[in-house]
Design a protein. Structure first.
Length: 278
């Protein structure tokens, strides 16, 4: 890449990722698309993460490593990497995930050709279910309300949208709203929906590790344990309600329907936990 400005910036935050970081970086340096940078934020890891990353860095000058002096929250790490990025497009990739070798090429091709699209995503599936690839085509629609319905209908498996290729100018508009709470990654995705069209290609893949983006070693704070028991998505619901109430894009009926759907996530989550522990 020499001194040329990269077209894409791939942001990889990592904490104690010695188990998976090698496969993550390998999936990036083996991309068919080459004009991009890999920005790694080592979040004060105590294992061999830095040593492994540095070995790759010595062989590929597209890799940059930033060592945090103290451990910082997930979205603060995300914001840090965005500020360091130079690309016109941004991709956020967790250290335990990897992508198909054509991922950047296919999704960049979509965004370059379609200026009205803000993000492009691929198929996504968990690696432990190797024989299963969700090929249900749930491409987003023409207006925000329809897109939100599509999102909520598929929100339990929309990891690919969070880890999509996104226009940087759109990301910069969204990041001030990012905070650490359960399903804050969904808020990021919902903001994307508000900002424009999103494409889902079946020609590239995101392979997820054991943990999703909402899985944290340190759990987000809740108002109280009792409240958490019944409304685990309280902060998500609160933020989403404010978002749709302020918007002039919806009718009163649409706002009520979206609010009900948002609240129902609490019940669905609690039922899934009950079944898991049964």
């Amino acid at each position: 890449m020499k001194n040329n400005k990269p077209i894409i910036s791939v942001c990889v935050p990592v904490f104690n990722g010695e188990k998976n970081i090698s496969r993550n970086i390998k999936s990036l340096i083996n991309q068919e698309f080459i004009n991009f940078e890999i920005l790694i934020s080592n979040n004060k890891s105590t294992d061999k993460t830095f040593k492994i990353c540095n070995t790759f860095k010595k062989k590929d000058n597209r890799i940059k490593i930033y060592n945090q002096k103290k451990k910082i929250p997930v979205f603060q790490n995300f914001k840090f990497l965005i500020k360091k990025s130079r690309g016109e497009y941004i991709m956020w990739l967790a250290s335990h995930h990897k992508i198909s070798k054509n991922f950047l090429k296919e999704n960049y091709k979509i965004l370059k050709k379609n200026k009205n699209f803000v993000a492009s995503m691929g198929l996504d599936y968990f690696e432990k279910y190797k024989n299963f690839k969700d090929k249900k085509k749930f491409n987003f629609k023409e207006n925000v309300y329809q897109n939100l319905l599509v999102f909520f209908d598929n929100c339990w498996r929309t990891h690919g949208l969070f880890y999509s290729l996104i226009r940087k100018n759109v990301v910069l508009k969204i990041i001030p709203s990012l905070k650490h709470y359960l399903a804050s990654d969904w808020i990021f995705m919902i903001h994307l929906i508000f900002h424009g069209k999103i494409f889902r290609t079946l020609n590239s893949s995101l392979i997820l590790g054991d943990e999703g983006s909402s899985s944290q070693k340190k759990k987000p704070n809740y108002i109280s344990k009792k409240f958490k028991s019944f409304f685990p998505f309280y902060y998500f619901n609160k933020y989403f309600f404010k978002l749709i109430i302020k918007s002039s894009q919806f009718t009163l009926g649409q706002k009520i329907n979206l609010s009900f759907i948002s609240l129902s996530l609490n019940l669905k989550y609690l039922i899934s936990i009950y079944k898991k522990n049964d």
